[in-house]
Design a protein around this ligand. Structure first.
Ligand SMILES: Cc1cc2nc3c(=O)[nH]c(=O)nc-3n(C[C@H](O)[C@H](O)[C@H](O)COP(=O)(O)OP(=O)(O)OC[C@H]3O[C@@H](n4cnc5c(N)ncnc54)[C@H](O)[C@@H]3O)c2cc1C
Length: 372
């Protein structure tokens, strides 16, 4: 074991924990990450990999929240960090996270809705263009929609490849240690700052702890109070070889989305099942998602089903994340809900700066936990 007294212990090696450890390794801070299972196999592995601040801000407009503007700023900031993160990960590890600036297309019932939606998004700093039916079909042949919006700033990547690249980068780092199959059972004040209790009875003494245990974090410390699971099911389809799906933009239709992946694959997602933490899939949910998707893109109905899976998102009331210092030396990176990939670089860089004593990130301040 290289760092017997890690300066930082991160609980949970998912989107939040892995990316924070990656950012901390740039600060040369010795970090140990403990995961109860296999790193990257929580919600991250189930994710569609969308980095779509425009579409998220558009959909969030339907459920107003006092932090909506702060969330828009955080999401846009994080999305702006992604191209450099993806490039650096590919350069350092040889694993391409398949980042693609695909843009998002939002089908709308008519042109008037497009004008209103574009104006609201532009007011929040999101680039948004209204498209005629003919223009929309040029972006996505076969799209069945009277009006639509195109958001060129939205993007996507492969979440499984992102997990693989982050794990590979950490394994090569002199400042990070990844421990799998190590369940944390509690966190308490300790001799050095904090003590992390493991299920096998071992204890880790550390200066600083970060709670990043996804939907299961609540039992570990009161700083994670309120976190709850939201199960999501998604499917992967295979289009015909000449379908041209690889260049499709994301399609974000509110109750369903499509994210085309290399090799003619199309990901259809996702259900939102609050309170459910199992990963069982069911055909009723699959058929509902496919039927919704085919309403916008009829070609979906003739694609072959490759796989169907479920993951569990970590949510907090209001569906807003909680990130920052909850008590001296105790940090949280929680409740990213369906935004954990999109928000990963901003949460990681902001928390790493705070842990390194370089000050707070203005983007994270509104999402700080109550300091106890
Ligand atoms: C179907 C689906 C589609 C999604 N699509 C997108 C998308 O397109 N874009 C986007 O931004 N987000 C998306 N998300 C959401 C995104 O996946 C999550 O927000 C993100 O993965 C949450 O990261 P996390 O690190 O908080 O949790 P996780 O990735 O779940 O990681 C938490 C980790 O903590 C570990 N852990 C739990 N308890 C303990 C313990 N006691 N001790 C040690 N370790 C523990 C777990 O084993 C797990 O590895 C999607 C999610 C789903 C389910």
């Amino acid at each position: 074991m290289r760092n017997d007294t890690p300066r930082v212990c991160i609980v949970g090696a998912g989107a939040a924990g892995l990316s924070l450890a990656y950012a901390l390794s740039s600060h040369r801070i010795n970090t140990r990450i403990c995961d109860a299972g296999k790193a990257g196999q929580g919600a991250l592995a189930a994710s569609a990999g969308m980095i779509a601040p425009g579409a998220e801000i558009h959909e969030a407009g339907a459920r107003p929240h006092p932090l909506a503007v702060a969330f828009a700023r955080l999401a846009l900031h994080s999305a702006s960090l992604w191209p450099a993160w993806a490039q650096r990960l590919r350069y350092e590890t040889g694993i391409d996270p398949e980042y693609r600036a695909s843009g998002s297309l939002i089908p709308l019932p008519g042109d008037a809705e497009g004008a209103n939606a574009a104006a609201s998004l532009q007011a929040l700093g999101v680039k948004a263009h209204r498209l005629t039916k003919a223009e929309a079909v040029r972006h996505l042949p076969g799209l069945d929609s009277e009006g639509s919006l195109f958001l060129p700033g939205d993007a996507q990547l492969s979440a499984p490849r992102l997990g693989e690249a982050l794990i590979t980068a950490l394994q090569a780092s002199a400042h990070a240690e990844l421990h799998e199959q190590v369940r944390v059972t509690g966190i308490e004040p300790g001799a050095q700052g904090w003590r992390v209790r493991l299920a096998d009875g071992e204890m880790i003494e550390t200066d600083c702890v970060v709670l990043a245990a996804g939907w299961a974090a609540e039992t570990l410390h009161p700083a994670a109070a309120g976190v709850f699971p939201v199960k999501g099911q998604a499917l992967m389809l295979q289009a015909g070889a000449d379908a041209g799906t690889d260049s499709w933009p994301l399609v974000r239709a509110g109750d369903v989305y499509l994210a085309s992946k290399p090799g003619g694959r199309v990901l259809v997602g996702a259900s939102a099942e609050p309170g459910r933490s199992d990963t069982v899939t069911d055909t009723v949910t699959a058929d509902t998602l496919l039927e919704r998707a085919a309403r916008h893109v009829p070609a979906i109905a003739s694609m072959q089903r490759l796989s169907h899976w479920a993951g569990v998102r970590p949510a907090l009331p209001g569906m807003m994340p909680r990130a920052g210092e909850a008590a001296p030396g105790l940090f949280v990176a929680l409740g990213a809900y369906r935004h954990g990939v999109m928000l990963a670089p901003a949460l990681a860089e902001g928390l790493a700066r705070a842990i390194a004593g370089e000050g707070e990130s203005e983007h994270l301040v509104p999402f700080a936990p109550p300091h106890g």
